[in-house]
Design a protein around this ligand. Sequence first.
Ligand SMILES: [Zn+2]
Length: 257
Amino acid sequence: MRIDAHVHGDFSKLKVSPQEYVEKCRAKGVERIVLIDDPEPTMTAYRALPDFVIPVPWVDIDKVTVSEISEILDAGALGIKFIDPQFSYGDTRYDPLYAAISAKCKVAMFHTGYLGIGVFERARPTDITFMSPAAVDCMSRRHPDLKILMAHFGNPWWEEAWKIMWSVPNVYAELSGGTAFKRSMRMWAETFAPNGVLDPESLGKVLYASDVRVFIENEGFDPYFEFYDELFDAVGASPEMREKVNRGNALELFGLG
Ligand SMILES: [Zn+2]
Protein backbone atom coordinates (compact mmCIF):
# COMPACT_ATOMS: atom_id res chain seq x y z
CA MET A 1 0.00 0.00 0.00
CA ARG A 2 1.06 3.56 -0.65
CA ILE A 3 0.22 6.98 0.70
CA ASP A 4 0.20 9.41 -2.20
CA ALA A 5 1.80 12.58 -0.83
CA HIS A 6 0.62 14.88 -3.62
CA VAL A 7 -2.76 14.87 -5.38
CA HIS A 8 -5.40 17.39 -6.40
CA GLY A 9 -9.10 16.94 -7.06
CA ASP A 10 -12.59 18.26 -6.72
CA PHE A 11 -14.49 16.23 -4.13
CA SER A 12 -17.83 17.69 -5.27
CA LYS A 13 -17.40 15.92 -8.63
CA LEU A 14 -17.34 12.47 -7.03
CA LYS A 15 -19.75 10.16 -8.87
CA VAL A 16 -19.78 7.31 -6.34
CA SER A 17 -20.24 7.32 -2.58
CA PRO A 18 -17.19 8.52 -0.62
CA GLN A 19 -16.76 5.10 0.96
CA GLU A 20 -16.95 3.34 -2.41
CA TYR A 21 -14.29 5.68 -3.74
CA VAL A 22 -11.94 4.95 -0.84
CA GLU A 23 -12.44 1.21 -1.29
CA LYS A 24 -11.65 1.55 -5.00
CA CYS A 25 -8.44 3.47 -4.30
CA ARG A 26 -7.35 0.99 -1.63
CA ALA A 27 -8.03 -1.89 -4.03
CA LYS A 28 -5.62 -0.14 -6.43
CA GLY A 29 -3.03 0.16 -3.64
CA VAL A 30 -3.54 3.76 -2.51
CA GLU A 31 -4.25 3.82 1.21
CA ARG A 32 -4.47 7.59 1.75
CA ILE A 33 -3.91 10.78 -0.20
CA VAL A 34 -2.42 14.16 0.62
CA LEU A 35 -5.04 16.45 -0.90
CA ILE A 36 -3.97 19.89 -2.05
CA ASP A 37 -6.61 22.46 -3.00
CA ASP A 38 -8.13 25.66 -1.61
CA PRO A 39 -8.76 25.41 2.15
CA GLU A 40 -12.56 25.05 2.05
CA PRO A 41 -12.88 22.19 -0.49
CA THR A 42 -9.86 20.44 0.99
CA MET A 43 -11.37 20.48 4.48
CA THR A 44 -14.78 19.43 3.13
CA ALA A 45 -13.18 16.34 1.57
CA TYR A 46 -11.30 15.68 4.80
CA ARG A 47 -14.47 15.87 6.90
CA ALA A 48 -16.17 13.38 4.55
CA LEU A 49 -13.17 11.02 4.45
CA PRO A 50 -11.09 11.60 7.59
CA ASP A 51 -9.27 8.26 7.33
CA PHE A 52 -8.36 8.76 3.69
CA VAL A 53 -7.70 12.44 3.06
CA ILE A 54 -4.61 14.09 4.58
CA PRO A 55 -5.53 17.75 4.15
CA VAL A 56 -2.77 20.13 3.05
CA PRO A 57 -4.53 23.21 1.64
CA TRP A 58 -2.65 25.64 -0.53
CA VAL A 59 -2.67 29.31 0.31
CA ASP A 60 -1.40 32.42 -1.41
CA ILE A 61 1.82 32.98 0.51
CA ASP A 62 1.75 36.72 -0.27
CA LYS A 63 -1.77 37.27 1.04
CA VAL A 64 -2.37 34.74 3.81
CA THR A 65 -2.00 35.91 7.42
CA VAL A 66 -0.57 34.09 10.42
CA SER A 67 -4.02 33.86 11.99
CA GLU A 68 -5.48 32.37 8.80
CA ILE A 69 -2.74 29.73 8.77
CA SER A 70 -3.48 28.93 12.42
CA GLU A 71 -7.20 28.67 11.72
CA ILE A 72 -6.63 26.25 8.84
CA LEU A 73 -4.38 24.08 10.99
CA ASP A 74 -6.77 24.22 13.95
CA ALA A 75 -9.53 22.98 11.62
CA GLY A 76 -7.51 19.79 11.10
CA ALA A 77 -5.13 20.49 8.22
CA LEU A 78 -1.87 18.60 8.63
CA GLY A 79 0.16 20.98 6.51
CA ILE A 80 0.14 24.05 4.29
CA LYS A 81 1.20 24.07 0.64
CA PHE A 82 3.04 27.07 -0.80
CA ILE A 83 3.47 27.84 -4.48
CA ASP A 84 4.32 30.79 -6.74
CA PRO A 85 5.63 33.37 -4.24
CA GLN A 86 6.33 36.97 -5.20
CA PHE A 87 9.60 36.76 -3.31
CA SER A 88 11.97 33.90 -2.62
CA TYR A 89 10.75 31.20 -0.21
CA GLY A 90 13.94 32.12 1.65
CA ASP A 91 12.84 35.73 2.18
CA THR A 92 12.52 36.59 5.88
CA ARG A 93 9.13 38.26 5.24
CA TYR A 94 7.61 34.75 5.20
CA ASP A 95 9.15 33.69 8.51
CA PRO A 96 6.02 34.37 10.63
CA LEU A 97 4.03 31.99 8.39
CA TYR A 98 6.67 29.27 8.66
CA ALA A 99 6.88 29.81 12.44
CA ALA A 100 3.10 29.41 12.77
CA ILE A 101 3.27 26.01 11.04
CA SER A 102 6.31 24.96 13.03
CA ALA A 103 4.63 25.92 16.32
CA LYS A 104 1.84 23.43 15.59
CA CYS A 105 4.27 20.71 14.38
CA LYS A 106 2.64 20.61 10.96
CA VAL A 107 4.23 20.30 7.52
CA ALA A 108 5.24 23.14 5.22
CA MET A 109 5.02 21.82 1.68
CA PHE A 110 6.69 23.78 -1.10
CA HIS A 111 6.22 23.55 -4.82
CA THR A 112 9.82 23.54 -6.04
CA GLY A 113 11.05 24.23 -9.54
CA TYR A 114 9.32 24.81 -12.82
CA LEU A 115 5.76 26.09 -12.84
CA GLY A 116 4.01 25.88 -16.18
CA ILE A 117 0.35 26.30 -15.32
CA GLY A 118 -1.28 29.20 -13.48
CA VAL A 119 -2.47 28.37 -10.01
CA PHE A 120 -3.54 31.69 -8.59
CA GLU A 121 -4.74 34.45 -10.84
CA ARG A 122 -1.74 36.62 -11.39
CA ALA A 123 -0.87 39.60 -13.49
CA ARG A 124 2.87 39.05 -13.16
CA PRO A 125 5.30 36.56 -14.59
CA THR A 126 6.50 33.76 -12.36
CA ASP A 127 10.16 33.68 -11.32
CA ILE A 128 10.90 30.01 -10.73
CA THR A 129 14.17 30.79 -8.94
CA PHE A 130 12.02 31.92 -5.99
CA MET A 131 10.94 28.26 -5.76
CA SER A 132 14.36 26.67 -6.12
CA PRO A 133 15.59 24.08 -3.63
CA ALA A 134 18.24 26.66 -2.62
CA ALA A 135 15.41 29.00 -1.55
CA VAL A 136 14.05 26.17 0.65
CA ASP A 137 17.55 25.57 2.00
CA CYS A 138 17.78 29.24 2.96
CA MET A 139 14.53 29.27 4.98
CA SER A 140 15.18 25.82 6.47
CA ARG A 141 18.28 27.17 8.22
CA ARG A 142 16.09 29.57 10.21
CA HIS A 143 13.42 26.93 10.93
CA PRO A 144 15.27 23.78 12.00
CA ASP A 145 12.16 22.36 13.71
CA LEU A 146 9.77 22.90 10.81
CA LYS A 147 8.86 19.75 8.86
CA ILE A 148 9.53 20.60 5.21
CA LEU A 149 8.45 18.71 2.10
CA MET A 150 9.82 19.73 -1.29
CA ALA A 151 7.41 18.81 -4.06
CA HIS A 152 8.72 17.77 -7.51
CA PHE A 153 12.32 17.32 -6.31
CA GLY A 154 13.23 20.82 -7.52
CA ASN A 155 12.57 20.11 -11.22
CA PRO A 156 14.93 20.76 -13.00
CA TRP A 157 17.36 21.40 -10.13
CA TRP A 158 17.49 17.69 -9.28
CA GLU A 159 21.03 17.73 -7.95
CA GLU A 160 20.36 20.83 -5.85
CA ALA A 161 17.26 19.19 -4.36
CA TRP A 162 19.20 16.01 -3.63
CA LYS A 163 21.97 17.90 -1.86
CA ILE A 164 19.59 19.87 0.34
CA MET A 165 17.38 16.91 1.20
CA TRP A 166 20.47 14.89 2.06
CA SER A 167 22.07 17.68 4.12
CA VAL A 168 19.17 19.26 6.02
CA PRO A 169 17.61 16.92 8.59
CA ASN A 170 14.10 18.42 8.41
CA VAL A 171 13.82 18.53 4.61
CA TYR A 172 12.05 15.69 2.76
CA ALA A 173 11.21 15.50 -0.94
CA GLU A 174 8.95 13.78 -3.43
CA LEU A 175 9.23 13.06 -7.15
CA SER A 176 5.68 13.88 -8.24
CA GLY A 177 4.66 15.55 -11.46
CA GLY A 178 5.06 15.09 -15.15
CA THR A 179 8.82 15.50 -15.40
CA ALA A 180 10.69 13.33 -12.89
CA PHE A 181 9.21 10.07 -14.12
CA LYS A 182 10.17 10.92 -17.70
CA ARG A 183 13.84 11.36 -16.86
CA SER A 184 16.26 8.51 -17.28
CA MET A 185 16.06 5.80 -14.63
CA ARG A 186 19.86 5.67 -14.88
CA MET A 187 19.94 9.28 -13.68
CA TRP A 188 17.74 8.47 -10.67
CA ALA A 189 19.61 5.29 -9.86
CA GLU A 190 22.84 7.29 -9.89
CA THR A 191 21.24 9.95 -7.67
CA PHE A 192 20.18 7.52 -4.94
CA ALA A 193 22.81 4.82 -5.44
CA PRO A 194 26.02 6.52 -6.59
CA ASN A 195 28.24 4.01 -8.38
CA GLY A 196 25.68 1.33 -7.65
CA VAL A 197 25.78 1.66 -3.87
CA LEU A 198 22.43 2.60 -2.33
CA ASP A 199 22.61 5.66 -0.08
CA PRO A 200 19.87 5.02 2.49
CA GLU A 201 20.24 8.56 3.86
CA SER A 202 18.91 10.07 0.64
CA LEU A 203 16.33 7.57 -0.64
CA GLY A 204 15.17 7.30 2.97
CA LYS A 205 13.89 10.89 2.83
CA VAL A 206 11.76 10.49 -0.29
CA LEU A 207 7.97 10.19 -0.20
CA TYR A 208 5.82 8.43 -2.77
CA ALA A 209 3.75 11.05 -4.68
CA SER A 210 2.10 11.41 -8.08
CA ASP A 211 0.39 14.83 -8.59
CA VAL A 212 -2.62 13.13 -10.26
CA ARG A 213 -6.22 14.31 -10.06
CA VAL A 214 -8.45 12.24 -7.77
CA PHE A 215 -12.21 11.82 -7.24
CA ILE A 216 -12.55 10.81 -10.88
CA GLU A 217 -12.89 7.39 -12.45
CA ASN A 218 -9.36 6.91 -13.70
CA GLU A 219 -6.75 8.82 -11.72
CA GLY A 220 -3.77 7.60 -13.70
CA PHE A 221 -1.86 6.24 -10.70
CA ASP A 222 -0.16 3.50 -12.74
CA PRO A 223 2.79 5.36 -14.34
CA TYR A 224 3.82 6.58 -10.88
CA PHE A 225 3.57 3.12 -9.30
CA GLU A 226 5.79 1.87 -12.12
CA PHE A 227 8.27 4.72 -11.79
CA TYR A 228 8.78 4.24 -8.05
CA ASP A 229 8.94 0.43 -8.36
CA GLU A 230 11.51 0.73 -11.15
CA LEU A 231 13.53 3.07 -8.98
CA PHE A 232 13.40 0.67 -6.02
CA ASP A 233 14.53 -2.17 -8.29
CA ALA A 234 17.26 -0.07 -9.92
CA VAL A 235 18.88 0.76 -6.57
CA GLY A 236 18.18 -2.58 -4.87
CA ALA A 237 15.94 -1.07 -2.18
CA SER A 238 15.04 -3.42 0.67
CA PRO A 239 11.39 -4.16 1.52
CA GLU A 240 11.83 -1.88 4.55
CA MET A 241 13.10 0.98 2.40
CA ARG A 242 10.20 0.55 -0.06
CA GLU A 243 7.75 0.64 2.84
CA LYS A 244 9.37 3.79 4.21
CA VAL A 245 9.10 5.64 0.89
CA ASN A 246 5.67 4.27 -0.02
CA ARG A 247 4.01 5.14 3.28
CA GLY A 248 6.25 5.24 6.37
CA ASN A 249 7.73 8.67 5.74
CA ALA A 250 4.29 10.17 5.09
CA LEU A 251 2.90 8.67 8.31
CA GLU A 252 5.83 10.07 10.25
CA LEU A 253 5.90 13.51 8.61
CA PHE A 254 2.15 14.09 8.98
CA GLY A 255 2.12 12.68 12.51
CA LEU A 256 -0.09 9.70 11.69
CA GLY A 257 2.29 6.97 12.83
ZN1 LIG B 1 0.47 19.52 -7.78
